[in-house]
Design a protein around this ligand. Structure first.
Ligand code: F6R
Length: 609
C-alpha cells in the first residue's frame, strides 16, 4: 500500500527520494508527494497519479535542493484521490511535515479536539490530524512532540516527520507498519521497504513497535514513545539490487513466474532429506513436542495466500491426519473463534504485513494457540509475532499478482505437513517417496514454462471473452480459485473459481456458447468426476481448456484445448497446475493492454483492514 521514503544527510536529496519512491511503485498507490526543507523553508509538491506526474510538476515549479526531505505514495483510505489528501501533510503553525503509512483509528475525536483549539484542516485524512497534533504539542523539540502525539493515538503507523524550525532533524517512528532506517556515511535513508534503501546501504536499524528515532546527518538516538532510551538493533539487509530489477523481463510478474524453479530450489535447500525420510525445518525444531501432540490446525490468510492455505488444509488432514481448516483471517478474527488446547494457528503471508492476517494471529495467540508463520519477508510484522515459523525463501516478490510466493507457500506447507506426519503415522519410506516427488517440482515447472508460447496462443483465442470459469476438485479446487483470482486482478476479466461439482448448483446457468471454462483435470482421485463435469459444460456450448497430465490423450476428446503438466502425486500437483493459469492470466493482461505490474486499485501489501 502506501510507501514512505525519507532522507537526512549532507547531499541534495530530491533525486534520491524520487528514485526510492519509484522502487516502491509496485506496492500500489494513487497519488504522490514530496517535501524538502530548503534554505530553512518547507517546500512541498504533490500530484495525483504516477510518480512521473510528480516529477513533471517539480520540473515546472523548479526542483528542490534541500538535504532533508520526505516523500510518499498514497493509496487512498480516508478521503478521495486528490492532491489535498496526498502526503506529506503539514501543521498550520510550525512548518511541520508528516508522511504516514497505516491508520490513526481515533482521528475523528482528535480532529474535533484540534478544531476546538482553532486548527483549520485542508484534507479529509487521518494523517493531517497527526501533523496538527504534533504541531499542537510542539514546544521547540520535534522528537518530544512526536513522542507526545503518538502517546495520544491508537491505530497503526510508520511515520517520518520534519520541521522548519529544526531544519536538520528528522524524526521517524513505527507501530504495526514496517519502517527501516538505512545507515549511510553521514546520511540516513528511511523507507517502508528495503527495496528503496539497498541501492545506498545494506546497514539498517530495524525498529520495534513504539520506537522513535531522532536522526541528523551526525547521528541518531532511539527511544520509545515514553522517551525510554532503546538500544538499536543494527542488521544487514539481505536484499540484493538485482533481485528487485527486471533483468531483461517485460514485467516483474513475468520474471517471477519464470523464477519459480530457482525460487523453489532455494526454498527446499537443506530442508529435504530423502535418505532418512525426514524434513528438516529449523524454525519448528524447538516446538517438536507441542507439534507432535497437536489436535487441530487453523490456517489463516487472505487472497492468494488463503488459496495456498486451503491446499495446506487438505494436505495436513490427508497426510498428517490432523483436523485442519483454512479460513479468511478477516472472518476468523471477528467471529469469536473457539481455540481449544492443542490448536496451532498458521498465518500464511507473502509480505508478513497483511493487517487482517496479523490481527487474526494476535487474536489466536491471546486465546492460547501456538502460532506459526509461513512468511516470505524476513523480519516482517507477522514473522515477529509468531512462536515459530518457516520462511519461504523465494526472494522478493514485486509483481502485485502473487505467483512465486504461492508455489513457495504450497511448498512450505507440504514440508510442514511431512514434518507433522512423520511425528504421527507416516513411515519414513512414505515420507521419502513424497520428498523425492517434491524434489522434482522445480524441473517439472521448467518443463511447463517451456510451453509458454503455446499457452499464449491458447489465451489469445479466448482473450476477448469477458466471463470465465475455473473448475477443480480436491487439491485443485483452491488452484481453480487461484486461477480465477489471477485472471481478474490483472486482466479485469470477470472470472469465478469453484469446486467443479458446485457448478450444477447454480453457476451452470452462466454457460453460453463459447464461454471459456478452465478445468483442472490432471490425474487424481476425482479424475472421472471432473470428466463428467467437462461434458456438462460442453453440452451447453462452453469451451473447455483442460490442464491435464502428460500422456492423457483421452482428454483431447472432451476439451477444445489441453495444456499438459508432468505427472506428480496429487497432493503436490497444485504447484504444477497453477503455472499454466499464471501464464494465461499474464498473457491475457498483456494482450488486453493492461499494466501488469500496476493493476488498478490494487496494492501489493494490504496493511489496512
Ligand atoms: C493476489 C495477491 C493477494 C495477496 C493477499 C495476501 O495476487 O497477491 O491476494 O495474496 O493480499 O497478501 P500476503 O500474502 O502478503 O499476506
Amino acid at each position: 500500500m502506501c510507501g514512505i521514503v525519507a532522507y537526512v544527510g549532507k547531499k541534495p536529496c530530491q533525486s534520491l527520494l524520487l528514485e526510492g519512491l519509484k522502487r516502491l511503485e509496485y506496492r500500489g498507490y494513487d497519488s504522490a508527494g514530496i517535501a524538502v526543507i530548503q534554505d530553512g523553508a518547507l517546500r512541498l509538491c504533490k500530484a495525483v497519479g504516477r510518480v512521473s506526474n510528480l516529477e513533471d510538476k517539480l520540473e515546472s515549479i523548479g526542483n528542490f535542493s534541500g538535504t532533508i526531505g520526505l516523500c510518499h505514495t498514497r493509496w487512498a483510505t480516508h478521503g478521495g484521490v486528490t492532491e489535498a489528501n496526498a502526503h506529506p501533510h503539514t501543521d498550520d503553525r510550525n512548518g511541520i511535515a508528516v508522511i504516514h503509512n497505516g491508520i490513526i483509528e481515533n482521528y475523528a475525536a482528535l480532529k474535533t479536539y484540534l478544531q476546538e483549539k482553532g486548527h483549520v484542516f485542508k484534507s479529509q485524512t487521518d494523517t493531517e490530524v497527526l501533523a496538527m497534533l504534533i504541531g499542537e504539542l510542539y514546544e521547540g523539540d520535534l522528537e518530544k512532540a512526536v513522542q507526545a502525539a503518538l502517546r495520544e493515538v491508537t491505530g497503526a503507523y510508520a511515520i517520518a516527520v520534519m520541521c522548519e524550525r529544526e531544519p536538520g532533524t528528522l524524526v521517524v517512528a513505527r507501530k504495526g507498519s514496517p519502517l527501516i532506517v538505512g545507515i549511510g556515511a553521514d546520511e540516513f535513508i528511511i523507507a517502508s521497504d528495503a527495496s528503496a534503501i539497498v541501492a545506498h546501504t545494506a546497514r539498517a536499524i530495524t525498529l520495534e513497535d513504539y520506537n522513535v528515532v531522532r536522526l541528523t546527518a551526525e547521528g541518531f538516538r532511539t527511544s520509545t514513545i515514553h522517551d525510554v532510551p532503546v538500544t538499536p538493533r543494527i542488521e544487514q539487509l539481505e536484499l540484493e539490487l538485482q533481485e528487485i530489477e527486471l533483468s531483461g523481463h517485460s514485467h516483474f510478474m513475468q520474471k517471477e513466474i519464470h523464477e519459480q524453479p530457482k525460487a523453489l530450489r532455494n526454498c527446499f535447500r537443506g530442508r529435504l532429506d530423502a535418505k532418512d525420510g525426514r524434513v528438516i525445518l529449523g524454525g519448528l525444531a524447538d516446538h517438536g513436542k507441542q507439534l507432535t501432540n497437536l489436535r487441530r490446525v487453523v490456517l489463516t490468510a487472505q487472497g492468494t495466500a488463503l488459496h495456498a492455505a486451503m491446499i495446506g488444509e487438505y494436505m495436513i488432514e490427508d497426510l498428517a491426519k490432523i483436523p485442519s481448516i483454512a479460513e479468511y483471517a478477516s472472518e476468523f478474527r471477528y467471529r469469536n473463534p473457539i481455540i481449544e488446547d492443542g490448536t496451532v494457528v498458521v498465518a500464511v503471508s507473502q509480505s508478513g504485513e497483511t493487517a487482517d492476517t496479523l490481527a487474526a494471529l494476535q487474536e489466536a495467540r491471546e486465546r492460547g494457540a501456538l502460532s506459526l508463520g509461513v512468511i516470505n519477508v524476513v523480519g516482517s510484522s507477522i514473522s515477529r509475532n509468531t512462536d515459530a515459523g518457516v520462511y519461504l525463501r523465494v526472494g522478493p516478490e514485486i509483481g502485485v499478482a502473487s505467483t512465486k510466493a504461492f508455489t513457495g507457500q504450497v511448498a512450505v506447507l507440504a514440508m510442514v505437513t511431512l514434518f507433522l506426519a512423520r511425528r504421527r503415522f507416516m513411515s519414513a519410506d512414505q515420507c521419502a517417496d513424497l520428498i523425492r516427488a517434491l524434489e522434482t517440482v522445480p524441473d517439472k515447472i521448467e518443463a511447463i514454462l517451456a510451453q509458454n508460447d503455446r499457452i499464449r496462443r491458447v489465451t489469445e483465442k479466448y482473450v476477448e471473452r469477458d466471463n470465465w470459469l475455473f473448475l477443480g476438485r480436491g487439491y485443485n479446487y483452491p488452484t481453480a480459485l487461484e486461477g480465477a483470482l489471477k485472471l481478474k486482478e490483472i486482466s479485469y476479466i470477470h472470472a469465478e473459481g469453484m469446486p467443479a461439482a458446485e457448478m450444477k448448483h447454480g453457476p451452470i446457468a452462466l454457460i453460453n456458447e463459447g464461454m471459456p471454462a478452465v478445468f483442472l483435470a490432471n490425474r487424481g482421485r476425482q479424475y472421472e468426476k471432473v470428466m463428467s463435469n467437462i461434458q456438462e459444460v460442453r453440452a451447453r456450448g462452453g469451451h473447455v481448456i483442460a490442464v491435464a497430465t502428460e500422456g492423457d490423450e483421452e482428454i483431447r476428446r472432451y476439451a477444445q484445448d489441453v495444456l499438459y503438466v508432468p505427472d506428480i502425486p496429487e497432493c503436490l500437483s497444485p504447484m504444477l497446475t497453477v503455472v499454466p493459469l499464471q501464464l494465461m492470466a499474464y498473457h491475457a493482461a498483456v494482450l488486453r493492454g493492461h499494466d501488469v505490474d500496476k493493476p488498478r486499485n490494487l496494492a501489493k501489501s494490504v496493511t489496512v483492514e
